[in-house]
Design a protein around this ligand. Sequence first.
Ligand code: FAD
Length: 354
Amino acid sequence: MRVAVIGGGIAGAELIRVAAPCPLQFTLIEPKKQVEMQALYPEYLGGVARLQDLAAPLKPFCEKVGAVHVQERALRLEDNTVICEKSEVEFDYAVVATGAAQNYFGIKGVENTFSINTLEETKKARRYVEDNYPERIMIMGSGLTGVEAASILAESMDASIYIIEARERVLPQFSPQTSDLVEKALSKKGVNILTSTQVAEVKKDCIIFTDSSSLDCDMAIWTAGIKPTPFIQSLDLPKKNGWILVDDHLNAKANIFAIGDCAWVEIDGKLATKTGLEAERQASYLARHFRNMIKGRTFEKYSVRASTDSQVALISLGADCAVGVVGKTCIGVPTRLIYSLKSWIDKSFIKRFK
Ligand SMILES: Cc1cc2nc3c(=O)[nH]c(=O)nc-3n(C[C@H](O)[C@H](O)[C@H](O)COP(=O)(O)OP(=O)(O)OC[C@H]3O[C@@H](n4cnc5c(N)ncnc54)[C@H](O)[C@@H]3O)c2cc1C
């Protein structure tokens, strides 16, 4: 059986790694040369993580596990064929794992800001920091990415760091206790926190807010929100809010599955978060599902671990400091041990592909 995996990020690459060795013929369609670990981008931005910590080449990995790497972008699906930029890949099963795109919410000037959603963009931001020594850095959005970026920059640079959040507290998707603990940690590092503050426009050297006030800045970084990619939007598959809607076996339609950020995974009232943790678990589940299918066995449904109403996360707050969150419980000490655990998890993910 031929399985086409579209997207070689955390979900797609992990699926192939866990499934091997098996009689399925995997083809990984991924335009990048390497699998990358986004969780380490804030540390790369702060000059703490090295490139080799956060990426591993896909070619030797695919050779090792007997998969074929088509280094191209998938353009569309036609019957049982993935149409790529230069070639076509026929499949018996397809898995869509193409992640998400940065959402700029149509705010004027935001597309011209820095982003740390991809490695290329993160490298660009890091180069700007090294070459220009910005003195006032505005980070817009206080989800995991914004909070981690603010912490590491406050620690590694002699600059005024601001974090701007439209809602009433940082990390609004987490419990109030977690937000409180993280706000205290950020303030201790000297980060200026502006909550209930909405960006109306970003200009070259200042940010204008919806109440017409403004703040000068030397560098603006956008971290607020993700949305489905144009590829996902173009697919003729069931959707929920633009994401691929899957059933409780991560199946979207007939022989097409979807995992990771591009999928809307809502099972037994639990909506999966768009996190590396969930992407990895969904990949492992599907790998086992394929093995069972070959043997003609039925398989239990997927069980969501990190859901929007019960988050599971390790949040790094600079080098040597992190907090753990499980549901409403936020574990703030020992910060150094939690940081070591997060760092080990993030780095060992990439090592698996080397
Ligand atoms: C800065 C940052 C920090 C984060 N920190 C954490 C954290 O600490 N903990 C955590 O759990 N989660 C974290 N996340 C979220 C986590 O990284 C994502 O949830 C996870 O990467 C999703 O995996 P994925 O495989 O679905 O998507 P991705 O890892 O984004 O991979 C998608 C892949 O698909 C490829 N692709 C896209 N379009 C196409 C196409 N048309 N054809 C072929 N290939 C295509 C892309 O090139 C990419 O390689 C963070 C995210 C960011 C941006």
